[in-house]
Write a protein of this length. Structure first.
Length: 537
């Protein structure tokens, strides 16, 4: 067996918190930007941007469980269904300058003030916009100041054009004259503010259509295309009595494969005992090496209701995985680790050791409240257990190691290749040598750290990145093939990585024999599709 460990804080999250996995959450929140991924590092940060806990949505609870159980970095995507933004009306003589909040919902509290200090003519004005914590509260959360705006249509400082880039308000109706000064009622000085009207709406509960969103518009879970790389994806239940639909899970698992991440799937609420889960798994349709499930649901204190409630475990499970990775990477000595909840959280039912083993055989991991010295440790599984095309991918540790390697190689190659390939053959050959050497350095570092214990570097991995895969006029694609040792001796996992100007593609491949001149050993070459093979020969 390959012992998969890493030195120090090396982990998949190389740009964020060292050694901690980044988890993405998609769902409904009380406030915040819509379809824009936002990185947060604690629950207080989540409260400031997204409003904290909210009874109609379980996403806030999942994020709280994530941080309570050891999570350190999350990416939040807010999704809405028909939410409406509040408006703000500034008088302009007999007309109005009507502004609308960028973020929809009932908890977007904005105010604006107008003054004429140091303006050039009677079409210009200064505008100050503020977001406050609550109506009438002195605490300002965000502020934007615009100097010398104009209502003249031909002006380069036209209010509609300038506010198009505002993160707080947009101009909806623009008067023919500039808005009146905002006077303080007590002093009569132009230091007053006009507050937004309470006409916002939080929208209806989400549907699976809202959660999935659109690839072209980058909405729903596809808004994560704008996010930095993440390791896990959580989509909490739509409501306390409504689970995420199977269609959403299928799309999310497919998207995780594309992003080289893992989807954390919640067990259905009907699985209240281990026997219920084992019966339900007979008809369970999502068998994926890109998804994991933890059972049972968890009991946690609901701060809004003031009592313990049963919750889906995805957020807590993601926190456990992040916590364990901070100390010992979960793809490392997995046989010594088990998912144990932090104090204040406990499983909703007890699962005996024999049921734990049966659930694991079906691809479901079991949560515990305490560690037990006498309890056998069962390796954590993916939902492909029992039905995996490759036996290694039924284990969470080996699947995560593979994703780490693929992400690491792809990012290193992308950094060197950039967005444009050289058109000169000599420059392309030089680029090929750089990428080849850099990827080999990456594998050598893993080998020194003991990631392929018991194997020499030559036996543990290989890289093919030369003129056989890359040439001038190859359609703007840069290719390399890598392989690394599988758990069973004599086998390895092989992948082709293709980089284009806009995207990357990673595909598992089979192999044919040839001699690798770099290592001086015999390795395997990509089995090309028939058309490409004909073109080469």
């Amino acid at each position: 067996m390959v012992a998969m460990t890493f030195p120090g804080n090396v982990g998949p999250n190389s740009r964020g918190v060292p050694g901690a996995a980044r988890t993405a959450f998609v769902g409904r929140t009380l406030r915040g930007p819509v379809n824009q991924p936002v990185t947060i590092r604690d629950f207080a940060h989540f409260q400031r941007i997204f409003g904290g806990l909210w009874q109609p949505s379980l996403l806030g609870y999942a994020v709280e469980h994530f941080f309570d159980n050891g999570g350190r970095e999350a990416v939040i995507v807010r999704v809405v269904n028909g939410a409406r933004a509040a408006t703000l009306r500034l008088p302009a003589g007999r007309e109005w300058l009507v502004l609308q909040a960028v973020r929809p919902g009932t908890r977007e509290f904005l105010r604006a003030g107008v003054d004429y200090d140091n303006v050039a003519d009677d079409t210009e004005f200064n505008l100050t916009i503020q977001r406050v914590r609550s109506p009438g509260a002195p605490q300002v959360e965000d502020q934007e100041i615009y100097r010398a705006l104009s209502v003249a249509p031909e002006s380069v400082r036209h209010v509609g054009v300038r506010l198009a880039d505002s993160a707080l308000l947009r101009a909806v109706t623009i008067p023919r004259v500039r808005p009146d000064r905002s006077l303080d009622p007590a002093s009569g000085i132009a230091t007053g503010y006009i507050h937004s009207i309470c006409d916002g709406d939080d929208g209806a509960p989400l549907t699976d259509y809202d959660l999935i969103g659109s690839v072209e518009d980058r909405t729903g879970l596809f808004a994560l295309a704008r996010a930095e790389p993440f390791n896990f994806l959580c989509i909490p239940p739509i409501a306390r009595d409504r689970a995420v639909g199977h269609s959403t899970l299928l799309v999310a698992a497919r998207y995780c494969r594309q992003r080289r991440a893992l989807l954390i799937v919640d067990p259905p609420a009907e699985w209240q005992t281990a026997e219920d889960a084992l019966r339900g798994l007979r008809d369970w349709q999502l068998a994926s090496e890109d998804a994991v499930m933890y059972f049972p649901r968890i009991l946690a204190h609901d701060k809004l209701r003031g009592r313990f409630e049963t919750f889906a475990p995805c957020g807590a499970a993601a926190g456990l995985l992040s916590r364990s990775e901070s100390a010992v990477p979960s793809w490392g000595p997995a046989e010594t680790e088990e998912p144990v909840l932090r104090p204040g959280y406990r499983p909703s039912c007890l699962v005996t050791d024999d049921r734990r083993a049966k659930l694991a055989a079906a691809g479901v991991n079991t949560l515990s409240a305490v560690r037990s010295a006498g309890r056998p440790v069962i390796r954590q599984r993916t939902l492909a257990a029992g039905r995996a095309a490759n036996v290694d991918w039924k284990y969470l540790s080996t699947r995560r190691f593979a994703l780490y390697v693929l992400n690491g190689v792809e990012r290193r190659a992308r950094r060197l290749v950039g967005s444009r390939l050289p058109s000169d053959a000599g420059a392309l050959q030089e680029l090929v040598r750089w990428v080849d050497a850099d990827v080999r350095t990456f594998f050598a570092g893993l080998h020194r750290a003991g990631s392929f214990a018991g194997r020499s570097l030559e036996d543990a991995c290989f890289v093919v990145c030369d003129e056989r895969l890359n040439s001038v006029g190859a359609g703007g694609e840069f290719k390399l093939v890598i392989g690394f040792a599988a758990e069973r001796p004599g086998e390895c996992h092989c992948f082709r990585i293709t980089l284009t100007a806009l995207a990357s593609r990673v595909e598992p491949v089979t192999r044919n024999r040839f001699e690798d001149r770099h290592y001086g050993i015999e390795v395997d070459e990509l089995a090309l599709p028939p058309l490409e093979r004909r073109e080469r020969h």
